[in-house]
Design a protein around this ligand. Structure first.
Ligand code: HPA
Length: 268
């Protein structure tokens, strides 16, 4: 179970939150290599933090939190996340952004692997999120008890900060990476999409589809954090490469590029 107060107290006891982290980053599939570049101050496995949900152990996700300096920026790196398809309750999907906020971070970068829907978004493409479609059927803010510190009815228009997205695009330019902008549709998973669902998602205006990120974005906005998000496209949705193994392989293949891009992004 997620006990926000217990987990944040424990993490502060380990030295997290001091000095104040300027950024928090959730590292999705393919993005973990940046961890190795951190000048490490503190690190702990999610499973060793009382009050954080115990990770499900899905292949490819390390599930640990680190704080340190990267490219001159004090940052919290959440390597691995909680997914609805792993059976976590909606409220538990709030755990990472809530913890980032409790430790003092006010800017959050969410990263993930996603399937491309728009023409031209193929394996290896990068997409900065302009907006999202929440098609997961859940919301981490729903529940009898309000998530502490969260506004009850957060506005979501303009949720993805244009200034922070511009910073992503600028970092891409410095690295020679073309980053597209578009709409991410989140489904609960773990099944990939049927051909009819792919057609539906395109008709709805989605450019990419994945199984994460949106619950975290909803939580972070309800807490007043500024957010931006970046997808690595690992496959064309509905195609032959719809498998977890392929997603992991595409993530690994692109890891050095992504680490370089994140370093450039944090250097600002
Ligand atoms: N669909 C859903 N989630 C994904 C995909 C996809 O095609 N690729 C990576 N994550």
């Amino acid at each position: 179970m997620f006990d926000p107060q217990q987990s944040s107290r424990f993490l502060r006891g380990l030295g997290f939150g001091s000095p104040l982290p300027e950024w928090a980053v959730v590292l999705g599939t393919g993005f973990a290599a940046i961890e190795d570049e951190l000048q490490l101050r503190a690190r702990v496995a999610y499973s060793d933090v009382p009050g954080l949900p115990t990770p499900a152990g899905t292949a490819g996700h390390r599930c640990r939190l680190s704080q340190g300096t990267l490219a001159g920026t004090e940052v919290l790196l959440f390597c691995g996340r909680y997914h609805a398809y792993e059976g976590f309750a909606p409220r538990e999907l709030a755990a990472l952004p809530w913890t980032a906020h409790a430790l003092g971070a006010r800017k959050l970068l969410l990263t993930n692997a996603a399937g491309g829907l728009r023409g031209g978004l193929v394996a290896g493409s990068l997409l900065a999120l302009e907006d999202h479609l929440n098609l997961t059927g859940i919301n981490p803010l729903a529940g009898r008890e309000r998530l502490e510190g969260a506004v009850p009815f957060p506005a979501m228009a303009g949720a993805y900060d244009t200034e922070l997205r511009a910073r992503l695009l600028a970092a891409g330019k410095r690295c020679g990476e073309a980053i597209e902008s578009g709409v991410y549709a989140a489904l609960a998973g773990p099944s990939f999409e049927t051909a009819a669902e792919v057609r539906m998602l395109r008709a709805l205006g989605a450019d990419a589809v994945g199984m994460s990120t949106v619950p975290e974005a909803l939580t972070a906005r309800a807490l007043g954090m500024r957010i931006c998000a970046l997808s690595l496209i690992t496959n064309v949705a509905g195609g032959a490469a719809d498998s977890h193994e392929h997603t992991l392989r595409a993530g690994a293949d692109n890891a050095p590029r992504l680490a370089r891009l994140l370093r450039e992004f944090l250097a600002g």
